[in-house]
Design a protein around this ligand. Structure first.
Ligand code: DVN
Length: 275
């Protein structure tokens, strides 16, 4: 008799364990579904709100129209099939205004450059223009069959060439360089062996668009930190000068980062004296 009860008891415990495991599995599945649902859910409203809020800081732009021109470049498309040309309508809607003697390009010096232009308006970087400012630091993509804008599960910068973010910055950089005129300044990094990286946007897209009929001089500011590893005679800088249109002036200055930061912070000092 006792054995019979013992067997019954065992079967009861086994059944309770089974029910507990099934319930646990259900809870885990629901939790994963909710987390995925939240992380992968379309973020159209968030991206659009940020886009419009940043755009409206600039006068005389029809921000709703620009948003529509922007989203049509990637919405409903495979995120590795958004070529630079997909943004043509956007740049027609918000073209770059020619900027003489104020264009500042950069490469591997994002922080020091934007710290400078945040304090002084004598130069303008792409990220200080309306479109550059609106999209700086954002991630976006669409999906085939969806009308939404996503900010997660989008291809990374190097995952595929024609991703929405990289194609935008490539096209924007080309347009920004095309709008340059007079003297152009570029801040490069003296702490890396190749301040002019051939794979960079500056070297592969922007330099090729600095033509002598508009741009008369390229001024290189080589930002020098402690223990620099490059100088104005480094191979990649000599090659840069050789690449410029005949007749275009070129100069290169090795400038301590501290001097740029200090000069940028002193509104009394003319920008030109910062290097
Ligand atoms: O002249 C500037 C400016 O006009 C811009 O439009 O292009 C020039 C800077 O691009 P660059 O010459 O390629 O310089 P960087 O420093 O190599 O790259 C610039 C930015 O592109 C990086 O700051 C990255 O942006 P992020 O993530 O800091 O907002 C992005 N980038 C470049 N290579 C990347 C990358 N992001 C991820 N992975 C990479 N491999």
């Amino acid at each position: 008799m006792e054995e019979q009860y013992g067997g019954l008891d065992k079967r009861l415990r086994r059944r309770r364990l089974l029910i507990f495991l099934v319930l646990l599995a259900v809870v885990v599945v629901i939790t994963v579904a909710v987390v995925l649902g939240v992380t992968l859910r379309p973020r159209t409203n968030e991206v659009k709100a940020t886009f419009l809020e940043r755009c409206q800081k600039f006068k005389d732009y029809n921000c709703e129209k620009i948003w529509d021109a922007f989203r049509q470049a990637y919405v409903g498309r495979d995120s590795c099939n958004v070529p630079v040309g997909a943004y043509d309508a956007l740049f027609l809607e918000a073209p770059f205004v020619p900027s003489c003697n104020r264009v500042m390009l950069w490469s591997k010096t994002k922080d020091v450059v934007h710290a400078f232009t945040a304090k002084r308006d004598c130069y303008v970087t792409l990220e200080d223009t309306m479109l550059g400012s609106v999209l700086d630091g954002l991630t976006w993509c669409g999906k085939e069959g969806s009308n939404e804008t996503f900010t997660t599960d989008c291809p990374g910068w190097t995952e595929c060439e024609n991703n929405p973010v990289r194609s935008f910055w490539n096209q924007a950089s080309a347009g920004f360089a095309n709008a340059a005129c007079g003297d152009v300044t570029v801040l490069l990094n003296g702490s890396i062996p190749k301040p002019v990286d051939p794979m960079s946007i500056f070297a592969s897209i922007e330099v090729n668009r600095l033509h002598y009929n508009r741009v008369k001089k390229l001024k290189v500011v080589l930002v020098m930190q402690e223990n620099p590893v490059a100088n104005c005679k480094s191979d990649s800088l000599v090659a840069l000068e050789a690449k410029l249109d005949p007749g275009m002036e070129y100069n290169c200055k090795e400038v301590p980062e501290a001097q740029i930061e200090e000069c940028g912070s002193d509104p009394e000092k003319p920008c030109g004296s910062c290097w």
